[in-house]
Design a protein around this ligand. Structure first.
Ligand code: AOE
Length: 257
């Protein structure tokens, strides 16, 4: 399969590739004393996000065709969608746990536990609401992996810098990639034996949830930047390096420190 160019993959083969790209389950391995304090909860969440971002880069590189985009495009896509991708992953992990956010195997929080961080309960509620919606739709794993790849490929398709607008080659490739993942999602829905009408409705519902996720990630970013001003969040060495030295994105350091 790896020998075959992505443009000739069937939807089934493409989904199989994207499934194999899935990041591993994460453990924080901290003793999470309860009740949490604001600093301690934010430290755990930041540590988790750092680990996840490390795996997100390898995930993106395994999406067929992604590494064929220019490095500028690869970085731009990741920069503009990382929180959306983290949030969709969080919703997927939490789908069978009503009322709980399964941040990691050993960090499971309910909305009340958010009370210790100013402003976080509002975000938790939005994350829980979107998770409920996915649960009601009985989101399938195949659909989930397609949606996550679509976030990565779609995140900035219309609002690129002039420099990127000139890179017509990457722009075209990105559009083709997005089209093939869309085909794969349509295929995953069509497998479920629904009427044609219900298939279209399901596609629409799933895609509209991406706009909810975009909305929550905007709120989450605002929340994070408010906290940085209060010096509660400490950006890790890894991320600082990722932010200041783009070439290192292909070989990040071990995330466990
Ligand atoms: C959601 C899902 C998840 O798996 C983990 C987290 C942890 C923190 C949570 C967030 C979430 C949901 C929204 C929350 C947020 C804390 C406050 C907010 C609850 O309301 C996120 C912790 C983020 C830590 C900061 C990381 C800085 C990242 C910079 C990334 C970047 O700019 N680049 C260029 C890297 C992109 C490469 C992939």
């Amino acid at each position: 399969l790896l020998e075959v160019h992505h443009s000739s993959l069937t939807p089934e083969q493409l989904i199989s590739c994207i499934m194999h790209a899935e990041p591993p389950e994460i453990y924080l391995m901290e003793d999470l004393k309860r009740p949490f304090t604001e600093a301690r909860m934010m430290m755990s969440l930041t540590k988790l996000a750092n680990k996840e971002l490390f795996f997100m880069i390898s995930w993106a590189k395994k999406i067929p065709g992604f590494v064929e985009l220019s490095l500028t495009y690869q970085m731009h896509q990741l920069e503009s969608c990382w929180l959306d991708v983290l949030m969709l992953g969080l919703m997927w992990r939490s789908i069978d746990h009503p009322g709980k956010l399964i941040f990691s195997a050993d960090l499971k929080l309910n909305r009340e536990e958010g009370n210790c961080v100013k402003g976080i309960v509002i975000i938790f509620d939005k994350l829980l609401a979107a998770t409920t919606r996915f649960r009601e739709l009985n989101l399938q794993r195949e659909e989930y992996v397609c949606l996550k790849a679509m976030i990565l490929l779609n995140s900035n398709i219309c609002s690129t810098s002039p420099e990127m607008a000139e890179d017509l080659e990457s722009r075209g490739k990105l559009q083709l990639l997005l089209d093939s993942v869309t085909d794969a999602l349509v295929w995953a829905i069509s497998k479920q034996g629904l009427s044609f009408q219900l298939q279209s409705a399901r596609l629409a519902h799933l895609l509209m949830l991406l706009s909810d996720i975009r909305h929550v990630s905007g709120k989450g970013m605002k929340h994070l930047s408010d906290m940085k001003n209060n010096n509660i969040v400490q950006v890790s060495d890894l991320l600082l390096e990722m932010l200041t030295n783009g070439s290192r994105m292909s070989a990040p350091h071990d995330p466990s420190n």
